[in-house]
Design a protein around this ligand. Structure first.
Ligand SMILES: C[S@@+](CC[C@H](N)C(=O)[O-])C[C@H]1O[C@@H](n2cnc3c(N)ncnc32)[C@H](O)[C@@H]1O
Length: 328
């Protein structure tokens, strides 16, 4: 054992208030801090007495190699990323460099990934509650990913009605990717779908702009921007972007918001898997073809076929039903 350690530290969006206690402690216990110059500046007041290795934007692998070299000398190294180190950050490239160098978890250099609030969390918090239903993130950077791969993903998630966070939406050289993303989204989503453009969240030049899908690409978007595109239920009210969790689908909410009627709390919807399957079987028994059912439910025919031919599950016992997961 060399006693060396690499800590992959997510420092959060940029302000110390949003850095975790563990991230701060990891930097404090490090002999060496490695990072992109801008991120090093964000933690400048935590670096007294440490060796600091500043690298340029495209030198990700160099950062990992330097970290491994120092850790092999027995040093504790904090390799810092903005947000979360595992989200378009240094965690992946570092493990790749380590594996390439023959490292194993037993080989004397310990590795710890210290989680942080990613841009998607930070930007969502600033604009309201846009991620309360299914969401995903897509990076528009085509420096390492071919455009057709990115375009296919954009098209798929736009069709599937996810709330989407676009990372790396635009840079000095990459100006058209956001226009293409907009074009693909408009194939599936309404032009007035709410969009929030958040620049430099929790940093000095923070700026938030609400717009719509139709006007998204006209906004002031740069390297430090994350673009949040709502789903078909997302709305903006009193300057807050909110994606409903679905309570209004399940219960009838009375004017004063106090009385709940309709479906049962703690149980799947009547259109959840069990209820839906039951109705699907009934419709099929009444003569609706697999192809017609596939079209109606916008699902592949082979999936409908598989559901129809699967053995009928027994209704869960009262005991099993009492362990239903909670909804918030
Ligand atoms: C290489 S990715 C790094 C992501 C980072 N690891 C994270 O978890 O947030 C850089 C992209 O993250 C987003 N980003 C990072 N910090 C941000 C901030 N403070 N405000 C808005 N977007 C940010 C931008 O989309 C930027 O182009």
């Amino acid at each position: 054992m060399t006693g060396g350690k690499i800590m992959l530290v997510g420092i959060g969006p940029g302000s110390h208030d949003h850095m975790t206690h563990r991230a701060r402690a990891a930097i404090a216990e490090a002999d060496v801090v490695v990072g992109y110059v801008t991120y090093i500046k964000l933690v400048a007041d935590l670096l007294d007495g440490k060796e600091v290795i500043r690298k340029g934007m495209t030198e990700e692998l160099d950062r990992a190699v330097s970290a491994l070299e120092r850790a092999r000398e027995g040093k504790k190294v904090a390799l810092i990323s903005s947000g979360d180190a595992g989200v378009y950050g240094m965690a992946g490239p570092t493990y790749e460099v380590l594996f390439q160098a023959g490292w194993t978890p037993e080989s004397g250099v310990a590795v710890e990934v210290v989680p942080g609030a990613s841009a998607i969390n930070a930007c969502a918090a600033l604009v309201g509650a846009p991620l309360t239903h299914d969401f995903c993130s897509i990076s528009l950077s085509d420096l390492l990913t071919p455009w057709p791969v990115i375009a296919r993903r954009l098209d798929a998630v736009a069709a599937a009605d996810f709330v989407v966070a676009l990372y790396n939406p635009k840079s000095g050289r990459r100006t058209q990717q956001i226009v293409e993303a907009q074009r693909l989204f408009l194939r599936h989503r309404r032009a007035d779908t709410p969009v929030a453009v958040v620049k430099s969240a929790y940093r000095r030049r923070e700026r938030i702009e609400f717009t719509t899908l139709e006007h998204m690409s006209e906004c002031d978007i740069g390297m430090l921007t994350t673009v949040l595109i709502g789903n078909s239920h997302t709305f903006v009210r009193h300057g807050l972007m909110v994606t409903p969790r679905g309570y209004a689908n399940k219960y009838e909410l009375h004017g004063d918001g106090s009385t709940l009627e309709g479906e049962k709390p703690g149980r799947s919807l009547s259109t959840g898997l069990l209820g839906w399957t039951e109705n699907l079987r009934l419709d099929h028994a009444e003569g609706q073809s697999v192809a017609a059912l596939a079209l109606r439910h916008k699902l592949p025919a082979d999936y409908i076929e598989a559901v129809l031919t699967a053995p009928v599950e027994e209704t869960p016992t009262a005991e099993a039903a009492s362990t239903e997961d909670s909804e918030a």
